[in-house]
Design a protein around this ligand. Structure first.
Ligand code: HEC
Length: 201
């Protein structure tokens, strides 16, 4: 009896410890499946979306560990681009913040209400921070502009979804669910941007 109780309590404690990270994973996965937009086309069939080495077979690779080492420090080293949290179209209207590694001029120049063509420079790094109902960060999605040739069909972006410690749950070139939505804004190099009224000046 005592043993059973102890075991039950141990299991409960373990479950409770696991819960936040499990929720974060579910949250991101919900976001991954949440794409209602079109844009998924034949190119996606060639996706190497879960390739953890970042090797797309083109000979051009990315160093995922280096990207994530920078990404996890976003709140210290990146510039927060939005004034108020954005009610995201990801995962059913959670709030998000968008952080960009300086320089940020290119990101700022994206006007979602009046878009015009632009391209981001290699090594551009953008983190979208997911927030819980209390405004605390829970997870992140990442876009990194790889060297030319990494994924030429999709403007050479590397995509990642991770927990706050940088553990990747999905990553690589042309990750299907990411591209499925972001292809809608191919004109602005797959980047949505923030309405000017909500941009940090
Ligand atoms: C349901 C459609 C949808 C899916 C799926 C999606 N995104 Fe997004 N993404 C958006 C929208 C819309 C924005 C603009 C901000 C917002 O509403 O969240 C955005 C913004 C971003 C940003 C900030 C840069 C920008 O575009 O302004 C990053 C980084 C990002 N997404 C990464 C990803 C990654 C990585 C994936 C796949 C793991 C992904 N997204 C999947 C719709 C989507």
């Amino acid at each position: 009896m005592t043993t059973t109780t102890t075991m039950t309590m141990t299991m409960m404690t373990t479950t409770m410890k696991l819960l936040p990270s499990t929720l974060a994973v579910l949250f991101v996965l919900a976001g991954l499946t949440g794409c209602g937009g079109g844009g998924g086309d034949d190119e996606v069939a060639d996706s190497t979306g879960t390739d953890s080495t970042g090797d797309t077979g083109t000979g051009v690779t990315v160093d995922e560990a280096a990207i994530m080492a920078e990404a996890v420090a976003y709140s210290t080293n990146f510039t927060k681009m939005n004034v108020n949290p954005i009610a995201s179209q990801h995962a059913g209207g959670i709030d998000v913040n968008i952080w960009v590694k300086p320089p940020v001029d290119n990101y700022r120049s994206v006007d979602p209400e009046n878009p015009s063509a632009l391209n981001f420079a290699p090594e551009t790094l953008i983190v979208k921070e997911h927030l819980d109902g209390m405004g605390a960060p829970t997870a992140m999605t990442i876009m990194y502009k790889a060297p030319g040739g990494f994924d030429p069909d999709n403007n050479d972006w590397w995509w990642g979804a991770a927990d706050l410690d940088g553990n990747l749950m999905a990553s690589g070139a042309a990750v299907d669910n990411c591209i499925g939505c972001h292809a809608d804004v191919a004109l602005t190099d797959y980047v949505y941007g923030i309405p000017l009224a909500n941009q940090v000046p």
